[in-house]
Design a protein around this ligand. Structure first.
Ligand code: ARG
Length: 569
């Protein structure tokens, strides 16, 4: 189905081209009305084009209004202020559009050629994920879902940190101090422990550092025993990460880690040197930037021949460019990697690799007092975080609805708990630091997951009652928008695809969260003012269908945030 604002744009565009022929007009832009008393949509064409047309904006607006092709879609226009045009849709159009919700939207105007590569999550093997990885995972998954919804071909790549100097130390630690039992129970924690142990021991006995270097060299040279251990670390770590991914309902298409690019780095350095982009600086290979770029020089190969994080990311861009028809690449990490990506992007531009790239960064999550014991800065156990969310959600559900079965309570607690954590992350502007507070996250009021989930469950509960009265909502039903609550909810439903488009364009899932929150508020005030049951049949059917469609949009929108719905709560 056509998106309402696009449909209006087409009608307006044709109309103004007829009215003002042979002018280099700026294109029509239609936006949702900022105040619902002033129509459903609005257009600022007259103001934007007044110089080009050579008349004052109000007059232009009047002219557009007086000759407008009213009919199926537009009921009336009003000129306001300095030349705004307020647009009122016909009831018939609103009713039909609502009925069509569920058909896929027409997003064919987007440039969807090629693949969108989303580089997200990317934990470092043998280490616990930190909050930055959690945010990358949650926001990255949502970005993948949003782009897929728009019909893009998305490749979600978990660019694991599976290569680097830590492996030599880990191998020494593993062979000397591993506690097998602890390792079997929780491999990452035990590997972290032996890693720390290594540092402590190496302080006393510096020869351990040489030993670690030798072990690392063996990994790099492909020596069998050490490669086996390195692979084991990856397998064991992945088992742990996968538990979390499963719980968060997060999926990847590829898992090329940093190690995959190892063999490609020599070529990349050669290309940079051949093209004189990198130069020799006391034995190291370094890229210097223009002063205007305001970037530190970037080392791509150290004096001892070792490659760096940047080198591996440059090789990654090259591989993706040569492997896929790339539409754009999106990276998600915390704010600390901004300079890294600026350097990498600049270097790949200097190489003439023409690819659209975006680094989406975000601020940190802070924890309100007592929310969890944080250890070593922001390294927390994510599993503990989710368990805590589950347990607290359980208490809330138990209090609200004590009659549910134990199994139901547990299921609901898991969905509400995990969703609350996700939603607290996704609903905020990602670049600001956010504060996690259980009471707020799990509240049934305000912009929270429980509020949205509850709104959805409430809709389903009413629909069950409607169904008990043998009312079939699949019949041809006319949706009435006679009072302002019906009207406001109905027109807002039509704006859903626009919020998805905006979220994709700006990489901000919180715009969808905002939309869903606003929609839920409208649904609830509609419900409080417009009884659904015990009405004449036409009204009942109309209102029931309206909330059913609201439920469908809520479900689709939450799915884009990675949140499933509940029929009962
Ligand atoms: N493993 C890295 C870290 O934890 C993040 C990798 C992000 N992706 C990339 N292509 N550099 O800091």
């Amino acid at each position: 189905m056509k998106i309402t604002s696009r449909e209006l744009t087409d009608i307006f565009q044709k109309h103004v081209e007829n009215l003002f022929p042979n002018k280099e007009l700026k294109p029509v832009e239609i936006t949702i009305a900022t105040n619902e008393n002033f129509g459903d949509y609005q257009c600022n064409f007259a103001m934007v084009n007044s110089k080009i047309i050579g008349d004052n904006p109000r007059k232009i607006a009047e002219k557009i209004k007086n000759n407008f092709p009213y009919g199926e879609v537009v009921e009336k226009l009003e000129v306001a202020g300095p030349g705004f045009i307020n647009i009122f849709l016909t009831d018939k159009y609103i009713s039909n559009s609502i009925k069509n919700i569920g058909e896929s939207y027409d997003f064919s105007f987007l440039n969807r050629k090629g693949k969108i590569i989303v580089d997200f999550s990317c934990p470092n093997i043998a280490k616990r994920m930190h909050i930055g990885h959690l945010r990358s995972t949650i926001i990255g998954e949502s970005i993948c879902r949003i782009y897929r919804y728009l019909g893009y071909d998305v490749v979600g790549d978990n660019h694991l940190g599976d290569w680097g100097t830590q492996f030599g130390k880990l191998i020494v630690g593993y062979r000397n101090w591993l506690n097998k039992e602890a390792y079997e129970k929780n491999p990452i924690e035990e590997l972290e422990r032996v890693y720390v142990k290594f540092s402590e021991e190496a302080e006393k006995d510096p020869s351990l550092e040489d030993l670690a270097r030798a072990e690392l060299k063996k990994v790099q040279d492909g020596e069998e025993e050490n490669i086996k251990l390195w692979k084991e670390f990856i397998t064991e770590s992945m088992k742990e990460y996968n538990k979390l991914y499963k719980r968060l309902d997060v999926h990847f298409d590829t898992y090329y880690g940093e190690s995959f690019y190892n063999d490609m780095m020599a070529d990349v350095v050669k290309e940079l040197v051949d093209k004189k982009i990198a130069v020799d600086d006391e034995g190291a290979k370094v890229v210097f930037f223009d002063e205007k770029d305001n970037l530190f020089p970037c080392i791509i190969q150290k004096k001892d021949g070792a490659y760096l994080y940047s080198t591996s990311d440059i090789a990654t861009v090259k591989f993706r460019k040569n492997t896929y028809d790339v539409n754009r690449m999106i990276y998600l990490t915390d704010a600390r990697q901004q300079d890294h990506f600026k350097q990498v992007f600049k270097i790949t531009d200097m190489l003439g690799w023409n690819i659209e790239k975006y680094h989406i960064w975000f601020g940190i999550i802070r924890f309100a007092d007592g929310i969890l014991s944080t250890r070593k800065g922001n390294v927390i156990k994510l599993e503990e975080l989710l368990d805590e969310a589950h347990n607290r959600a359980y208490d809330v559900v138990n209090e609200k609805n004590p009659n549910l079965s134990e199994e139901e309570k547990q299921n609901i607690a898991e969905v509400v708990g995990v969703s609350s954590v996700k939603y607290a992350d996704l609903s905020q502007n990602k670049q600001s630091d956010i504060l996690f507070e259980w009471d707020k996250m799990l509240s049934f009021e305000g912009n929270t997951a429980p509020y949205l989930l509850y709104t959805y469950a409430r809709i389903q509960s009413i629909l069950r009652k409607v169904a008990e009265q043998n009312i079939d909502l699949n019949e041809d039903i006319e949706i009435k928008t006679e009072n302002k609550f019906e009207k406001s909810l109905a027109t807002y439903l039509l704006a859903f695809p626009i919020s998805v488009l905006k979220a994709a364009e700006t990489f901000k899932p919180n715009l969808i969260a905002d939309y869903l929150y606003e929609l839920s508020k409208k649904l609830n005030s509609f419900y409080n003012n417009c009884p659904i049951l015990n009405q004449d049949t036409d009204t009942l059917k109309s209102r029931a269908l309206l909330i059913k469609k609201t439920g469908e949009i809520l479900k689709d929108g939450l799915k884009l945030l990675g949140i499933p719905v509940l029929n009962k709560m």
